[in-house]
Design a protein around this ligand. Sequence first.
Ligand SMILES: *[C@@H]1O[C@H](CO)[C@@H](O)[C@H](O)[C@H]1NC(C)=O
Ligand SMILES: *[C@@H]1O[C@H](CO)[C@@H](O)[C@H](O)[C@H]1NC(C)=O
Ligand SMILES: *[C@@H]1O[C@H](CO)[C@@H](O)[C@H](O)[C@H]1NC(C)=O
Ligand SMILES: *[C@@H]1O[C@H](CO)[C@@H](O)[C@H](O)[C@H]1NC(C)=O
Ligand SMILES: *[C@@H]1O[C@H](CO)[C@@H](O)[C@H](O)[C@H]1NC(C)=O
Length: 438
Amino acid sequence: MEGMRSREEGERSRVVARMIADSSFSQCWFKYGLMHKCHWRWMWLIVALLVLAFYYFGVSSSMLLSGVEKDVLAVNLKDGGHSRRTAYSRSREVMEQVYHSTDIFQRSFKEMEEKFKVYVYPDGDPETYYQTPRKLTGKYSSEGYFFQNLRESRFVTNDSAAADLFFLPVSCHKMRGKGLSYEKMADIVRAYVESLIIKYPFWNRTVGADHFFVTCHDVGVRATAKVEHLVKNSIRVVCSPSYNGSFIPHKDVALPQVLQPFPLPAGGDDIHNRTVLGFWAGHRNSKVRVNLADAWQYDPILFVANNRLNRSTGDYIYQNQFYRSKFCICPAGSQVNSARIAESIHYGCVPEVIMADFYDLPFNDILDWRKFSLVVREREYDNLKKILQAVTVQKYRMLHAGVRQVRRHFEWHSPPIKYDAFHMVMYELWLRRFTIRF
Ligand SMILES: *[C@@H]1O[C@H](CO)[C@@H](O)[C@H](O)[C@H]1NC(C)=O
Ligand SMILES: *[C@@H]1O[C@H](CO)[C@@H](O)[C@H](O)[C@H]1NC(C)=O
Ligand SMILES: *[C@@H]1O[C@H](CO)[C@@H](O)[C@H](O)[C@H]1NC(C)=O
Ligand SMILES: *[C@@H]1O[C@H](CO)[C@@H](O)[C@H](O)[C@H]1NC(C)=O
Ligand SMILES: *[C@@H]1O[C@H](CO)[C@@H](O)[C@H](O)[C@H]1NC(C)=O
């Protein structure tokens, strides 16, 4: 399949290249003009170009090209005929920039939409308050959206034989609201999972390897600690994907933390309005944040505020600053993850992720983060200004276009839509569906 497709593409571009290189065509063009004598050759070129254009706009790019890339493409197509071949490969580069492999992602994503099935353990006890996330807003809305989206989606099946993965509906977030101790929460989760292990045959076939749970609260991760295989074997979709904790890359999934709804609309192609070099305002609740504030809070070029700006006033001072900044600094707080990354992406500010240390970025295995962010080591806080100033206008444009391209992957919707955060998480799960069952 893959071979066929790339052979086709190769053939198509070879045809175009041949037509352009064809010297008799050029002679024909210069000697006789447009539709005289050689009009058959001319027609062939139009057909070839139409096929090419259709390929760009119709098949693979309509979902992937943002306005910027379409402009690039338009300019390229207006070029002289001799450069069409290069234009072709150049715009494919632009198009593919944010993914490790656009082709694989698109094809596998489509397959997932058609085939992926998840079995949700049916709710038993009506008292199962630990199974329902509290709400869709606020800091942990990602978890709420996931639960709701899964129910709204076509991925759920009640036929266990058809299921690729099994979902353990445990939401530790609500337990937290009940003011339970970690100890008590862990006991509740253990009792719940053990009841499923005894009642259903599914767990024992893989010792939990085809099971997953989703929690956006670090408490949720702690509450699962008493079921050893839940931590070591099952797929944990969590908002605190720290290598330094129990997060296991390639097994577990980093859930992007998104604070929805966004109070202000998405930032567009507004590079000229971004006059502040770098922006951060927040709590000093980690070492890197303290260092950052100490080093830069009085800097005239960087906007680094030692304190959280008031987020709830009508003026949205905090959010507006995202529109005005070129780079938004996302240092690790008490947790490695923060909603700031998704906010930066939403407002069109290139996220500058300082917390590279021990941090697994969301969708890392699908998206190439180097194409829409700067990842800087925590200890380089001192060099921050130099690093940001060294980014060329050209590179910045590339990063900014990348941010706009990945935006849809960091937004939750209800009902879910193609390529949104829910589907990306499902795709990550789909990539982890291969397990050996006994
Ligand atoms: C799944 O649900 C459908 C409709 O609710 C029902 O007809 C079917 O028997 C169920 N299948 C299993 C395996 O429980
Ligand atoms: C799964 O294995 C556990 C431990 O070996 C056992 O207690 C449980 O009954 C098994 N579950 C089923 C459904 O057989
Ligand atoms: C990693 O974890 C250990 C023990 O939990 C802790 O002492 C250490 O400070 C952590 N390191 C980082 C960089 O978070
Ligand atoms: C840039 O800022 C000006 C003034 O604040 C505003 O009117 C304009 O809409 C902004 N442009 C973009 C593209 O955001
Ligand atoms: C933020 O603004 C709101 C509305 O004006 C006000 O009620 C609140 O006290 C402010 N909070 C802080 C920390 O200044």
